[in-house]
Structure formats: C-alpha cells, structure tokens
Design a protein around this ligand. Structure first.
Ligand SMILES: [Zn+2]
Length: 109
C-alpha cells in the first residue's frame, strides 16, 4: 500500500477510535468487566462490525497508541502486524507511516 492510502486508512481508523473512546466513557463506573460492543477499528471503509470487549480489555489495548482491535480477518498485513489473536478479536500494531499517523491521532496523546 502506498503512503497516501496508508495515511488515509489510518485517519479513518483514528476516527473510529474516537467513537470507541466515547462508548467507553458512556459506561457506568464499576462495569469494567461487563461486555460492551466496541466498533471494529479496521481500515475497511464502511465497516460497522461490533466486537464485544470489557472496558478493562479495551483499556489494555489502548494503552499502546499504535494498537487497534479488529474483527478476525479484518487485518491488513501490509500496514500492521498481529500481536494477539483471540476467538472474538485480533489486536494489531501499526507499522511505519500508519503507526506514525496512529500516534499523531492518539486522542490521549
Ligand atoms: Zn472491520
């Protein structure tokens, strides 16, 4: 994937991550271990799949600015490397330019 496309895909993912931050903030205190439907953070335009994660699980992923959570099979090996695979989701880490954009758009950065 060329640089321009990489950056656009990464910006799209950053937007979805903002949505997920909002979902997380909408949870009641004390519900860190209840499953919540977070949006798939993949680069596919129009993907609106949901992934069930607890707030605690989501926090562990979001502790790394280059990491995103995806529906299994939605990863793009060109721009990201899978760091964890589970039955419900995969966690990927962005490489190169996509990683830099992810860090720049980190809502907590
Ligand atoms: Zn997806």
């Amino acid at each position: 994937m060329e640089g321009k496309k990489q950056r656009r895909a990464a910006a799209n993912e950053a937007t979805i991550r903002d949505v997920n931050e909002g979902i997380e903030r909408g949870q009641w205190p004390g519900e860190e271990d209840s499953p919540v439907g977070f949006r798939c953070e993949c680069a596919r335009l129009g993907c609106n799949r949901l992934i069930e994660l607890t707030v605690r699980e989501y926090e562990e992923i979001r502790a790394h600015p280059r990491r995103f959570v995806l529906v299994p099979g939605h990863e793009f090996p060109d721009v990201e490397t899978v760091v964890e695979t589970g039955p419900r989701y995969v966690i990927v880490e962005k490489l190169d330019q996509a990683g830099e954009v992810a860090e720049q758009h980190d809502p907590r950065g």
